[in-house]
Structure formats: structure tokens, C-alpha cells
Write a protein that binds this ligand. Structure first.
Ligand code: XMP
Ligand code: MG
Length: 180
């Protein structure tokens, strides 16, 4: 698997350090609040599972699975909910955890959908932000790393469902795209 990685963009150590910093910031901001951490399947799983262990507060977590219509590496903005939350969110502060915000279309839809359920608040923590690619105005409240417009894999991010288990964020060699 790693023979297809052209370069490591963010190392395992850098990820751990930044996720710990973000966890400390969230711990300060949500003290005394009823927090629901929402993981967006599947990409956010490694980030979310590391992040929640750096948040030193009582919290609950749940998952949603969304699917965007269109090509696999691009969002169309039309989002379908494949798995929804298990309970009402009227008494909680929702913190969405995402692997990457790219065009912002997925998040834009999700935030509107969640706000319609009357939670106490909705905020976003993302591992990566490709701010240069935004099509709609949406900015994460917490961001670990801003990255250039390169397709990245690892730590939850996939190419054709592969590479999610890499412990770092990397860029694929062009051959990787031809091997399928
Ligand atoms: P939007 O464009 O709606 O979409 O902000 C975010 C989703 O697009 C996918 N995405 C990527 N997946 N490497 C990936 O593995 C990337 O570089 C990349 N850029 C966007 C991802 O599914 C994300 O949730
Ligand atoms: Mg995703």
C-alpha cells in the first residue's frame, strides 16, 4: 500500500500533537455544556476517535453517514442521509467532526439539516481544510490543518475505500490512480 505514497504531507506525530491541542481548546470551550460529538462516516472515524480522548469532559457521540451524488472524488451538493442520528438533539450542543472540508457543499447541507432540529448549537471541527476550493461560504470553527488543493489519503481519507488506515496524511503517486 505505501509504495503508492509520493510524499507524507502530515506525519503521525504532527497529527497527534495538533489533535491534542484542538482537544484542549474544545475542553475549554465546552466546559459545563451538554456536548454531542457527531462523526461523519467514514472519513472522520480516526480523527474523531483520537479527538474525543483529548476532550476531558463528559460527552456523548453518534454518527451520520452521508452520500453525495456525483463522481467519487467530488461533491455535487445534493446530499442523501444514509444513516441518521439516534435521538433528538434539542438539549445538546452538536460538534460535527469531519475529515476534510473541500467545496463546503456537504457541510453546508448538514449544518442546515441539523439546525432545523433545534439543537443548542452546531459547530464544526475538521481535520483538514482545503479553503481554496470553497464553492459556498462555510468555515469550520476548529481546523487542524489547512492544505493546498491536492488529493490526500490516510487517517480516514480514502481513494476507492483504500488507504484509510494509514497513520499519516499522504499524497498518492499518479500510478495509484492507474492501478484500478
Ligand atoms: P465537500 O466538497 O462537500 O466534500 O466539502 C468533502 C468531502 O469530499 C471528499 N474529499 C476528499 N477525500 N481526499 C479524500 O480522500 C481528498 O483530498 C478529498 N477532498 C475532498 C471527502 O469525502 C470529504 O468528506
Ligand atoms: Mg467524508
Amino acid at each position: 500500500m505505501e509504495e503508492y505514497i509520493a510524499k507524507v504531507l502530515i506525519s503521525r506525530e504532527e497529527l497527534a500533537k495538533r489533535v491534542a491541542e484542538l482537544g484542549a481548546e474544545i475542553t475549554r470551550d465546552y466546559a459545563g455544556k451538554n456536548l454531542l460529538v457527531l462523526g461523519i462516516l467514514k472519513g472522520a472515524v480516526p480523527f474523531m476517535s483520537d479527538l474525543i480522548r483529548e476532550i476531558r469532559l463528559p460527552l456523548a457521540y453518534d454518527f451520520m453517514a452521508l452520500s453525495s451524488y456525483g463522481a467519487s472524488t467530488q461533491s455535487s451538493g445534493v446530499v442523501r442521509i444514509l444513516k441518521d442520528l439516534e435521538r433528538s438533539v434539542e438539549d445538546v450542543h452538536i460538534l460535527i467532526t469531519e475529515d476534510i472540508v473541500d467545496t463546503g457543499l456537504t457541510l453546508n447541507y448538514l449544518i442546515a439539516n441539523l439546525k432545523a432540529r433545534n439543537p443548542l448549537s452546531v459547530k464544526v471541527a475538521t481535520l483538514l481544510d482545503k479553503a481554496g476550493r470553497r464553492k459556498v461560504e462555510v468555515s469550520p470553527d476548529y481546523n487542524c490543518f489547512s492544505i493546498p488543493d491536492e488529493f490526500v489519503v490516510g487517517y480516514g481519507l480514502d481513494f476507492n475505500e483504500e488507504y484509510r488506515n494509514l497513520p499519516y496524511i499522504g499524497v498518492l503517486k499518479p500510478e495509484a490512480y492507474k492501478s484500478i
